[in-house]
Design a protein around this ligand. Sequence first.
Ligand SMILES: [Zn+2]
Length: 453
Amino acid sequence: MMKQIKFEDYMKKLDEKLQKYFPSSFHPGEEALFKPIDLFNVPPKEAEEYKFKAIKYVFKHHYENNSFYRKFCKENNVTPDDIKSIEDFNKIPLIPDKFFKTYPAGKEFAMWLATIYTGEIPQIKVKNNDSYDDIINKFNSAGLEISYSSGTSGRHTFIPRDRRTFYNAEYAIAKSIITMVYPVWDYNSYGYLMMPNPFKTNVFAGKVCRVYFDVIKDVKVALDRELTTDMIQAAMQNNLKGRIIRFAMQRENKKMISRIINWLKEHHEKGDKISMVGAPFILYFVMEELEKNGEYLEFGDGSAIVTGGGWKIYEDKRIPVKEFRAKVERVLGIPHQNCLDLYGMVEGNGWMIHCPEGHYLHVPTTYYHAMVVDENGEEVAYGEKGRFAFLDGLATSYPGFIISGDEVRMYEECPACNRPTPVLEPEVKRAKGDEMRGCAEEMRRVLAMDLSR
Ligand SMILES: [Zn+2]
């Protein structure tokens, strides 16, 4: 059994490591993120106070500083004065996630980003033949952190975060994970990121993992090459060009699997603690290979696996999360309590994460307001199926009031633990008719895992 560090000390250490993510002064959403020690264990009354201030503040901010969103509010007959309590949150107009895919090309793309952006976007010089990446990189050199994700249609979802909002997203993901895996996280352990290199991509799910490098002494990266919108766009599609790109990636992904296996064996031999973070299908193929060769490792309860981005393993096959955890336990010797899944998306800065007790996705309640809505945008009762929607108190550079294409059920209480937050069912799926997306799916297609079958 591990010597148990006190939770307060454990979290204090995290804040020491993440000092650079602290803003010089807090807006109400940041108070609600940085101040509570345990984001998933704030007494409901206190959480509601944080949340009301955070959402009210950010709604007023976008209403006043974003003319596109203000117009949208006027069409819906809502002003900040109408938001008097949490009961009024359902009046805040929600933007369908599809909206962030309706971008034009070239110079107009830069203008489109400026329209979504709240406040003054930095000035950049756009050339006629600039690609999406060229334009994003110019904005990002000027201080923004624009990122995107893709769907099977090949369209991207571009979200213009400023650095402050991006830092909040990074701090939030680290805090959510490290809180839930208590007391397992060890800053002196070794990490493997099953994602594109955060420093060489604008893919949100990759980029947001930069913070991983700040909370652990050594991180290796699964996919080190630069990833561009053009390449992802082609790979996401099931046409000839997509197949050619995927074919070219096939050798690379085989090498990747054997690199990860060597890394695992090396640290297993030395008795090191490890963590692996990222797309589950990569670890799935690693474990398949180990098992095929009759190799079983015993990392034990000081190591952790954190997955995110979806459970599709092959074009036509998903792996049940439970089965995945059993495999982790069997092949790597890491107990299922240390194998948690995370649910988030490029449009938001809130992270839903499994509790170790029952693997339900806990929703943060201080800076983030989650809802489940039907086709007309009306909220459904707890336990009923609908689309996941949220109000995000951390997004100050774009209006983070969003209806997603994900189908969920939310419960008022966790069936498995005592944390006082609502939960989503352990697995989130896309709503019927919505294109497949998710960071794991993006990686899976780029790496052409199907071909190695
Ligand atoms: Zn729970």
